[in-house]
Unconditional design. Sequence first.
Length: 701
Amino acid sequence: MGSSEVKQPGDWEGEITRQLVAHLREVFWMTDPEKTEMIYISPGYQEIWGRSCEDLYRSPRSWIDAIHPDDMERVVEAALTKQVGGEYDEEYRIIRPDGSIRWIRGRAFPVRNESGVVYRIAGISEDITKRKEMEAALRESEARFSGIISIAADAIIMVNEAQRIVLFNKGAEQVFGYQASEVIGQPLDLLLPLRAIETHGEYLRAFGASSETARFMGSRVCKISGRRKDGTEFPAEASIAKWSRNGETLYTAVLRDITERERAEEAIQHLAYFDPLTGLPNRTRFHEIAQRAILAGQYEGKPVAVLVMDLDRFKEINDTLGHHRGDFVLQQVGLRLKKALRPTDAIARLGGDEFGVVLPIAAPEDAFVVAQKLLKVMESPFDIEGLPINIEPSIGIAVYPDHGESADSLLQRADVAMYVSKRGGRGYTLYAPDLDRHSPRRLALLGELRRGIESGQLFLHYQPKVDLVLKRVVGVEALVRWQHPELGRVPPDRFIGPAEQTGLIGPLTQLVLKEALTQCQAWIQGGKRIPVAVNLSVRNLQDPRFPDQVAEMLQAFSVPPEFLEMEITESGIMADAETAMRTITRLSEMGISLAIDDFGIGYSSLSYLQRLRVDSIKIDRSFVMNMRVSEGDRTIVRATIDLAHNLGLKVVAEGVEDQETLEKLTSLGCDAAQGYHTCRPISAEEFARWASDSPWTPAWD
Ligand code: C2E
Ligand code: CA
Ligand code: CA
């Protein structure tokens, strides 16, 4: 029987229909009302069912054999009962001869003659497999999506175009204190006070206003304030997106309460200005205070004195009694000095054993009176656990406007005068231009350093860094050492600063890099694949040739860049942020990892760090060393770890001196640690021995 044979009066409509249906993807068929005879089946049947049309002509019910067993009963029942009435509309699966499954939608209706008697059943079947697959995928993704929404810790809120809340997840319940049932259908400004919407303009309009004014906001983040059920408001960060579903426009906000983070940022901001040990303003803050005093002096036509005080032989106290007692002395000194001054005078700890004072004065002689007073309060010995300790300070004085017009120049000149006091064993000295020529000790030291660099008095020690999760040694920090033929070991804190101020840091860094790369290469060859971290200074970051020099050295020593790390301080970056940024980006692009050193005592601009291509931060040892005893320091360390992790940065704690601190850091999620507890800085030979004896698995095992 020919498949194209339509048993219909041979009019032209029949011909057109035949041509059309032969080319449509749908299958058309026609039977007698009893379905004992297949009158027509279009060729699409063959394509979709994978069976021949002849079979169907021969046995009109054979299409049923292809139906998936799970759907068979339903479809047969419907075909029997619904086709004559015209309500037949079924979706079902068929199994093709090759075993593949297709989804079919079948519809059928009666065809009546002029007297209204049903004499044919006509039907259409179409392949809806694609649509079914898409629906399934959509269902799955929606299931996954709503799963994510319900478990997300972040608050997720959805509103419709009328700004009514349509979704409120568990996270939102926690953040706002409402149950979902209490807020669904309520206006959005129940949660986000309208005031906030106005002040945050565009972003917020997207999350509430009509679709005309709303723009698609993508995942842009804005800061808004939310209101809890109890009426309290809190700062929040939200990313808002506009989207539509089934023609309806919806706005979704993912919202996070950032109260804690803001508090932590404030705490860190505070650190940027205060010395954690003595609670006195730090150098940065001192600078600002001095600058302001100068402005006031200028305005009132009055001089201002800047005093710098250094404690003689403090280093010895630290070395012989331990730095805990050293710290205690510094705190006592801070207290005494503060007490000796008037409330309008400002005192700061400039770093190490150096203090600074700013005084509004009427005449330079007034500064002498204050200097004498300060010397006087330092005369009586400090009681260190029953031991009387004498501390003699040296003071240098510089006066605005005679000796300088900026905080910088006054500080520097007071410093020169202070060295003169120290050398001459005098209590205090007023700056005078000829003091500069009488080489202060600093300059002498620099001459020696230059010679030291040239004649090989400098070398490196290495301090291991351990991963607290993997319990492995993951790197070493190279620390420079200077063995002076007469002075003995000069600590880096004594010569790095002056070297930075004069440019001698350039050759010093070169030396350190060469030495570190030589050692690293030797380790790699000996099977110890361990990265070495080198400390950089401001000057290195500001030298545009520096990255190229580093690249050359890496090549020359054939050390892969991932074996070199660089530590930079925040103040190093801030000094000239643009240039520093460029250098950092270049170094990072070369594959060198970068760490922010001494984190917490600098400017700590977190948003800034976010823009920098750094990999980790090293929490300054002054916080870590006091974690065991100071709740405040623990809080700072915890906040810093959380913040850094939020920014995708690794955290290294330095100055870990005992097991307790190590464990605490581990529990706070700190990534790595460095400190005397694990190992002091040691020579390369000692390091090899240490690595084989220590409980920490070396990186190369
Ligand atoms: P830093 O980069 O913060 O180096 C860590 C300092 O902490 C080292 O002092 C190290 O000996 C000390 N340290 C390590 N663990 C502990 C601990 O558990 N407790 C205590 N109290 N201290 C610990 P070091 O070697 O005296 O270096 C002092 C600073 O000198 C360094 O601080 C760094 O800023 C600078 N420095 C050292 N070597 C270089 C260098 O090659 N280049 C530059 N530019 N600076 C360097
Ligand atoms: Ca360092
Ligand atoms: Ca450090």
